[in-house]
Design a binder for this molecule. Structure first.
Ligand SMILES: [Zn+2]
Length: 413
């Protein structure tokens, strides 16, 4: 079964081989465009509406803009509990040091599989309503062999991009026996991870008593690599540190946060462009009231960048990629086009994928419809629910792309 999606006012394909109409921004823009989508979301045809082939079904999006669905390449969605009190305390001056993760570990350990599954499903639905499709999901709130295995198993039910994060923090019961915990992560937990995960990640942050030193991080990452997992790193979040350069040295696919970078870090990332992506998570800076990384300087230095939410209960409980884009433009001085690239093809590259985050024949990105004439409105209209993942199984576009909207008084006049 095939569907012709037509009436697309502006189509940002993100395919830079089509990059004629958009002044070199790399968005592969087409106007008055159409897309034919086949089973399993495969893109069968892209081009001008006037030249579109016939399809089994037809869907007119009424002149709206369409983009590839966002790729959220950094999330921690398998958790229970609530840390709104910690957030409120932070907003009145308490610093974040990673210690609150233990609160989520306790709540997650107490939750049943079905409770966690329901929470995870609700968060994924929330993301789809905001235009995201492929989501990377990390473990890291179990921190025992059974707890980590369970988190990865539940994540694997909903995504191919599962990351083993036994190296999130040292759990309190191992605080005086750190090396024993590293042995657990690189031993039986890693054996469990091989069944479910594609990636291994570690919170490399010598400034935090809860996270891992550079030597511990290296041990964990090298064990993961030997087990066949790809590498990701939480690095340079709380201050300058060794995480970025460790990630580059080991050829990690992504080093995430990059909040505090030295000139040498930027040079290392620039030299590693095309191999190691710097994934920026501005929702975290927002929610921890931290300085934003200089995204402009990274782009100007030729660094490969991605944007993601880091959706988690402690440092950024937002599932919204449009919010992240708006922050990246306002606070990190990216252009709207650069932010869109980072949230789609850039994030796909951080997962070493070229079949998502781009609208081209053979890819399976999912289509995101914007209640707007242009992708630029994502940053221009922050906080407005413009983006929806298009559900081709739902016939009515408004039902497929929008929650019902109450008809309130007209406040525009
Ligand atoms: Zn994270």
């Amino acid at each position: 079964m095939t569907t012709l999606v037509t009436g697309i006012g502006e189509l940002a394909t993100l395919d830079d081989t089509l990059d004629r109409a958009d002044h070199g921004e790399g968005l592969g823009l087409l106007h008055d465009a159409a897309v034919v989508v086949g089973d399993t979301d495969e893109i069968l045809w892209v081009g001008r509406a006037a030249a579109a082939p016939e399809a089994d079904h037809r869907r007119d999006v009424g002149g709206r803009a369409v983009i590839p669905a966002f790729v959220d390449s950094h999330t921690h969605l398998v958790f229970a509990g609530d840390r709104s009190g910690e957030f409120a305390a932070r907003m009145t001056g308490t610093a974040y040091d990673g210690g609150g993760i233990a609160t989520t570990v306790s709540a997650t350990r107490e939750a049943s599989d079905d409770e966690l599954r329901a929470l995870l499903g609700g968060r994924l639905a929330e993301m789809r309503r905001q235009g995201s499709n492929v989501i990377e999901i990390k473990s890291g709130y179990g921190l025992s062999v059974e707890g980590e295995e369970r988190a990865m198993r539940l994540a694997r039910e909903v995504t191919d991009e599962v990351t083993f994060l036994g190296g999130h923090v040292v759990p309190t019961e191992f605080a005086s026996r750190r090396s024993e915990y590293v042995d657990l992560v690189t031993g039986p937990m890693l054996v469990a991870a091989r069944e479910h995960a594609r990636w291994i990640d570690v919170f490399c942050e010598p400034r935090s008593a809860h996270a891992f030193t550079v030597d511990e991080s290296r041990t964990i990452l090298e064990a993961g690599r030997a087990a066949g997992l790809g590498l990701r790193v939480h690095g340079n979040q709380l201050g300058p540190g060794p995480g970025v350069r460790l990630a580059v040295e080991l050829g990690a696919a992504s080093v995430d946060h990059c909040t505090h970078l030295t000139v040498a870090d930027v040079e290392a990332l620039s030299a590693a462009a095309g191999t190691t992506v710097a994934t920026l998570l501005p929702g975290v800076e927002f929610a921890t009231r931290s300085p934003y990384p200089d995204g402009r300087a990274l782009v100007d230095a030729g660094v490969s960048i991605a944007l993601a939410t880091d959706c988690n209960p402690g440092t950024c409980f937002s599932s919204s990629m449009p919010f992240v884009l708006a922050l990246a433009v306002r606070e990190m001085r990216l252009t709207p086009a650069e932010a869109l690239r980072a949230a789609t093809v850039g994030a796909a590259a951080s997962l070493r994928r070229d079949d998502i985050g781009i609208i081209r024949t053979g890819a399976r990105p999912g289509l995101t419809v914007l209640d707007a004439p242009s992708h630029a409105h994502l940053a221009y209209r922050p906080g407005v629910p413009l983006a929806r993942l298009l559900d081709l199984d739902v016939v009515d576009l408004d039902a497929a792309t929008s929650a019902p909207r109450p008809r309130g008084p007209d406040l525009s006049s």
